[in-house]
Design a protein. Structure first.
Length: 421
């Protein structure tokens, strides 16, 4: 039988059709499905903390309160008063110590190297005595360990020891100022600037919010935090000279002062730490506070008391995530749909604010039975992330062969997406 052109074309078309059916069918029936689309609920919000007590800070001066994480990172809870950079007085000694110990840290098991009191150190001591500012007595030739000089700076707020420390570490006050401002910039302090090691200059400025960050860094250093502990070891200086803890305030129950001073420019400046109860079975929250430009100690004492009391009340737990609340929905290309609901309830300290920042994540998937954990809802709170798994309220099933065979574009797109993934 001769092969006519029409017959040849018919055979070719038939072969192509058979081949197409043989390839197309399995490809459509066995190929990957497109992932579901996710729609996050508009403005997912934390469960209401209405009625929670806010952290109360004074209208006078400039103040801030923050809660510390385990690594010393601070999260601001409240600020009040002047929010611009203002004089910070003796609180600058926190910078003096931190910037010095960044390059010359305290050894873990000793007092560190000896620092010999030289003529300049003794002259500074005499000058500060004449100016009636805070000093701690020294004699030429005495040897103080690095640890004891740091203790004198922090606990006794000794101006002459602040100068001695930076003269030993940086060669002088001017080189220290340059190095300390560079350290501040490198560590993200945009408002704090130092002009000396003592805080006596009005050009030492910062914000209370940044002072709480400095306090957090001090407390995160176990050697520095230990210096503020009650019953610390006596100094190793010749004659067992006492280093008085003059930054502490009598009657400050539950409050540990980290810096306290008065200058004409900064008024009363106070940096402190305290704890408030945590959630049931959890450790207490570590708080740090800072106040400057306070007019007098009477005003300061009342302000600190109110701040601490309100912070404890503000730490009362509220339900941040409620089980069963929908935070997103998913829909398949073939019409199956389900809500994503929180599977567990979570509580955390309210800190007087119910506007926690939410984040919804959903792992890409195509089909899943009802109740499957497919994502996560997380709220960033002052105490850290609070999260719950997200589960499907109904199944996302396979669409079946008819849908597969009649939606080649969706399946081909899913195939290429699967190859790229």
């Amino acid at each position: 039988m001769s092969m006519t052109p029409g017959r040849i074309v018919g055979i070719a078309v038939g072969a192509i059709a058979i081949l197409g059916i043989g390839v197309y069918g399995p490809a459509m029936l066995l190929g990957p499905l497109p992932a579901v689309s996710v729609t996050v609920a508009e403005g997912p919000a934390a469960a209401s903390g209405d009625g929670a007590t806010a952290v109360t800070l004074p209208a006078d001066g400039a103040s801030a309160m923050a809660v510390l994480a385990d690594d010393g990172a601070s999260t601001t809870l409240a600020v009040a008063g002047d929010t611009e950079a203002v004089p910070i007085g003796g609180a600058v000694k926190l910078v003096t110590v931190l910037a010095t110990l960044d390059t010359l840290p305290l050894p873990p098991d000793s007092g560190g190297p000896d620092i010999t009191i030289g003529p300049d150190d003794y002259t500074d001591y005499l000058r500060y005595v004449a100016e009636d500012t805070r000093t701690l007595a020294v004699l030429p030739g005495e040897k103080w360990t690095e640890r004891d000089v740091v203790r004198a700076v922090l606990l006794a707020s000794s101006n002459n020891h602040a100068d001695t420390l930076v003269r030993w570490a940086f060669g002088g006050v001017d080189p220290y100022v340059e190095a300390a401002n560079a350290w501040l910039a490198e560590n993200g302090f945009t408002a704090t600037r130092v002009a000396d090691a003592t805080g006596l200059s009005g050009d030492n400025v910062g914000t209370p919010e940044e002072l709480t960050r400095l306090a957090g860094l001090v407390l995160a250093d176990r050697r520095l935090a230990g210096l503020f502990a009650v019953g610390d070891d006596p100094p190793a200086v010749t004659g067992e000279r006492n280093i008085p803890d003059i930054v502490a305030r009598p009657g400050d129950a539950g409050v540990r002062a980290l810096a306290r001073s008065y200058t004409d420019q900064a008024g009363v400046s106070f940096v402190y730490t305290t704890t408030v109860p945590g959630l049931e079975g959890q450790p207490p929250h570590r708080l740090v506070g800072a106040m400057t430009l306070m007019p007098d100690y009477e005003t300061l004492d009342a302000a600190v008391s109110t701040a601490v009391t309100s912070s404890a009340q503000s730490a009362a737990p509220v339900e941040i995530i409620t089980a069963g609340t929908p935070y997103a929905s998913v829909e398949a290309a073939w019409g199956d749909r389900a809500d994503l609901i929180a599977s567990v309830s979570r509580t955390d300290a309210s800190w007087g604010d119910d506007a926690a920042e939410a984040s919804v994540t959903v792992e890409p998937f195509t089909t899943a039975p009802s109740g499957s954990d497919v994502g996560r809802i997380s709220f960033a709170t002052a105490s850290g992330d609070v999260a719950s798994p997200l589960e499907l309220t109904s199944a996302i099933g396979d669409p079946g062969p008819i849908w597969r065979l009649t939606h080649p574009a969706a399946l081909i797109g899913a195939f290429f997406a699967d190859q790229q993934g």
